[in-house]
Design a protein around this ligand. Sequence first.
Ligand SMILES: Nc1ncnc2c1ncn2[C@@H]1O[C@H](COP(=O)(O)OP(=O)(O)OP(=O)(O)O)[C@@H](O)[C@H]1O
Ligand SMILES: [Mg+2]
Length: 275
Amino acid sequence: MLDQVHDYDDSKSLTVTAATSKLVVEGVSKWFRTPRATVHALDNVSMQVSDGEVVCVVGPSGCGKSTLLDIIAGLTKPDAGRVLADGHPVTGPGRQRLVVFQEPSLFPWLDVFGNVMFGLGLCPELSSVERREIAHRYLALVGLEKFERAHVHELSGGMKQRVALARALAPDPQVLLMDEPFGALDAMTREHLYDDIQRIWSDSCKTIVFVTHNMREAACLVDRVLLMSKAPGKIIQGFDIPLPRPRSIYDVELVSHAGRIADSLRGTVGGGVPE
Ligand SMILES: Nc1ncnc2c1ncn2[C@@H]1O[C@H](COP(=O)(O)OP(=O)(O)OP(=O)(O)O)[C@@H](O)[C@H]1O
Ligand SMILES: [Mg+2]
C-alpha cells in the first residue's frame, strides 16, 4: 500500500516528462487582488498529466482547485509559472481543452438540445446530421432524452449539470477539465453515470483533470489523486489508484483507497486566507 502514496515533488520529473506529457503545470502561482484584500490562491503548483491519464485534484474548500482548472483551461492567467499542452504554452482557451464548471453555465435562451448543439459548433468538420445525432446520443447518455426541448429555467440543478456534461463531452475534446461535475447530482444518478463515464473514458482515451470533494468518486474514476494543501494551495501528496476497471464504488479496496485519501485530507484544514 505505502508504495502507492508519495509526498509530492513533481518538479524533479517535469524536465523529463515535459516533452511527452499532455499537460504540464510548471511553478504556477496566483494572487487575486480585490479592494478589500489580496488572496494568495496558488503557490508554486507543478504537476504533469500523461496522455489518456485521469487525474483528480482534491483539497479543502477555497484552496484553489477551481483556480487551477481555470488556469489549465487558459481562462485565467497565472501570475507566475506556465501551463503547457502538448508541449505548447497555453495562452487562452482552446477547443481541445473543454471545461465543465462548478456552476453549470448554460445559455438560458437555448433549450437543452440547443445547448449541446452549441458545443458542437466547435466541430465545423461535422455535418449538421452528424451533430444532431451526437447531441441526441450524449443527452441520452446523461438521461435527458425526454428533456431535449426543455428550457434551462425548467431544469433542476442536477439536470443543468448533466446538460453541461453532455455539452462538454459531445465535441470530443482531447482534454476534459471538470470542476465537481457530479456534485449536484443525486446519489443514484451519480452511480449510474460512473459506469457510463468509465466506459466512455476508456473507449475515448481522454486526458481528464477533475475536482471532487467525494473521495470514493475520485478512487472510482481516476488513475491518480493529487491532494492540495489549504490556501495558498500547493500539491502536497499524490495517490496512485492502480485498481482494474471497470470499478464499483462499493469495491472494498476502492473504499480503502478513498479512506486513506480522506484521512490525509482531514490533516489539511482551512480556506482562502486574506494576506
Ligand atoms: N475572481 C476572484 N476574485 C477574488 N478572489 C478569488 C477569485 N476567484 C477565487 N478567489 C479566491 O481564491 C481562493 C481559491 O478559490 P477557488 O475557487 O479556486 O477555491 P476552490 O478550491 O475551488 O474552493 P471550493 O472547493 O469551495 O470550490 C479563494 O480564497 C477565493 O475566494
Ligand atoms: Mg471550486
